[in-house]
Write a protein that binds this ligand. Structure first.
Ligand code: ZN
Length: 149
């Protein structure tokens, strides 16, 4: 199990140091800022959703701890190309995994997002890991901000 944990930590550090889709999107169709006052994380999610409700593009900007940034980076990589509905389902799975509603190790369907499962052992980090997802969810619903509090 510790090998797996090391692997997960490596992926998280990689996404923290080299975040994917880390840019502003001036022409976005939806955006929302998420804040996690507990840790000081602030992340803005940008979405380009087309007429068929497909997420054509997704990016993020902001500052925060390693977990919040890595989670946002992983989220953008997974959500791109999915429908609004699929993205919402993914958020639900991730939230359940992180809050321990489902058992660790988590479902294979989560793919790369499983690396976040280790976070559920650190309750104070759960809000960092879900921040980008709350912002994503808010953006998809047409709201412009989300807070973990
Ligand atoms: Zn944080």
């Amino acid at each position: 199990m510790s090998d797996l944990t090391d692997l997960y930590q490596e992926v998280i550090l990689d996404h923290y140091k080299k975040p994917r889709n880390f840019r502003e999107m001036p022409e976005c169709s939806h955006h929302a800022e998420g804040t996690n006052p507990l840790c000081g994380d602030r992340i803005t999610i940008y979405l380009q959703i087309d007429d068929n409700n497909i997420v054509q593009d997704v990016s993020f900007q902001g500052s925060g701890c390693a977990i919040s940034k890595a989670s946002a980076s992983l989220m953008t990589a997974e959500v791109k190309g999915k429908s609004r509905e699929q993205a919402g389902e993914l958020f639900d799975h991730v939230r359940r995994m992180l809050t321990g509603e489902t058992e660790c190790p988590p479902e294979a369907s989560l793919g790369k997002l499983r690396v976040l499962s280790g976070v559920c052992e650190y309750p104070t980090r759960v809000k960092c890991a879900t921040l980008a997802w709350h912002a994503l969810s808010a953006a998809m619903q047409g709201e412009d901000n989300a807070s973990t509090e």
